[in-house]
Ligand binder design. Sequence first.
Ligand SMILES: Cc1cc2nc3c(=O)[nH]c(=O)nc-3n(C[C@H](O)[C@H](O)[C@H](O)COP(=O)(O)OP(=O)(O)OC[C@H]3O[C@@H](n4cnc5c(N)ncnc54)[C@H](O)[C@@H]3O)c2cc1C
Length: 439
Amino acid sequence: MTHPILSHDVKLQPYWWDEAPRPVLPDREVPREADVVVVGAGYTGLNAALTLARAGRSVVVLDAEAAGHGCSSRNGGQLGFGLKPGLDGLRERYGQARGTAVFKESMAAFDHLAAFIEREQIACSFQRKGRFIGAHRPGHYDALARRMDTYRKELGVETHAVPRTEQHVEMGTDLYFGGAVVANNAALQPAMYHYGLLDRVLSSGATVIARTPVTSVERDGARFTVTSTRGAVTAGQVIVATNGYTRDTRALPAFRRRVIPIGSYMIATEPIEPALMDRLMPKDRVNNDTRRVVLYYRASPDRRRVVFGGRVALGETDPSISGPRLHAVMAEIFPDLREVKVSHSWLGFVAYTFDHVPHIGVIDGIHYAMGYCGSGVCMGTYLGHKIALKVLGDAGGRTAFDDLTFETRPFYDGEPWFLAGAVLWYRFMDRYGPDRGPR
Ligand SMILES: Cc1cc2nc3c(=O)[nH]c(=O)nc-3n(C[C@H](O)[C@H](O)[C@H](O)COP(=O)(O)OP(=O)(O)OC[C@H]3O[C@@H](n4cnc5c(N)ncnc54)[C@H](O)[C@@H]3O)c2cc1C
């Protein structure tokens, strides 16, 4: 029996697919040769393909599923900057100058995506209305305000703290202990962005073949043979853009060992009254809070539904199970949504890394960018473009992430056996850990 909070016709697939169903590309033979083969047709792979094809290279993109079947049509569509370790954490780790440069790369990624969508005129409900971050515990508010102060003074970020007494101006909840606004953050419809991107890639002359898993990549001197279920193609360069779906890729063990696939879960509600939406999210911002077990939510582009995401299971689970759990967490923030049913529930696999920063580089001659730690809309777009510039030998391909060691751990081969323990620990820290808040 289905849970009563799921609507009778609940769809266990992304809400975004209602407007942008996954494209059906014609089945075709894999060409025998190409300048570059790209594995994965999400934001990373397609952005790499677009830059290369427009520079005159012959490009073949292969995806195991429909194009955009991975995170690139499943995500929350929240656009911002910053990396998991925070500015202070990056400076402690890499030193003041390099740490700052790594952080700024995330700001460059945001600017790059915004400019790209504008230049290409991609219709994807892009809107720049800012972000509200809720303080989950009282001490988090001070830490958040301090962090925003540093961002404003040192990085020129337009941001301000919101004390609890003024919280309702930003959000219709009493759960948080105040929060902060970052003005230059944005939202888009992720599957529509992928759709527009795919259209530009196909128009550029690149070949995109769906439902074609790559089964091996072998190097033979200066060239590679990429074997897929539809045949083999030889190429001068290979780009791996499989991110959280690298686990499915026994063909690429070096990458499997370096990314940690983690399910991220989302729901969309049935339509709600405009007056209720105006009370819950009056500024139409994207939102998250200071918990370690991340929650992120927003209004749909038409402001009829709440689209809410997070991690609500220790191990991976089914969207018919995660849907009611996410709803329960959402109703703690917005009690007014307690009776509003869930119309869509889905999940996708993000890729974490052991050092919590994204990586771009070359392993065994194969180019890659991955490990966006749950924030890859801007970063995947940006690093996909950067890999292409590297392949082209263009100095513009340099990034502050170059030369960072892409770590793995002994006994790790791509199956995150430690995940349940890690989630349990983070939940414990959210509830009982030191009340210090974000760095
Ligand atoms: C629920 C959810 C919410 C998220 N919310 C946000 C958000 O609000 N903001 C944000 O910035 N990020 C968010 N993310 C993360 C973001 O969506 C990803 O980081 C980004 O889409 C990664 O793009 P990608 O192209 O690198 O990988 P993907 O889009 O995941 O594409 C990888 C592709 O590789 C293919 N593949 C794997 N193995 C093979 C093989 N052997 N042969 C051929 N193809 C293969 C897969 O089929 C897949 O299509 C979210 C993710 C999820 C799941």
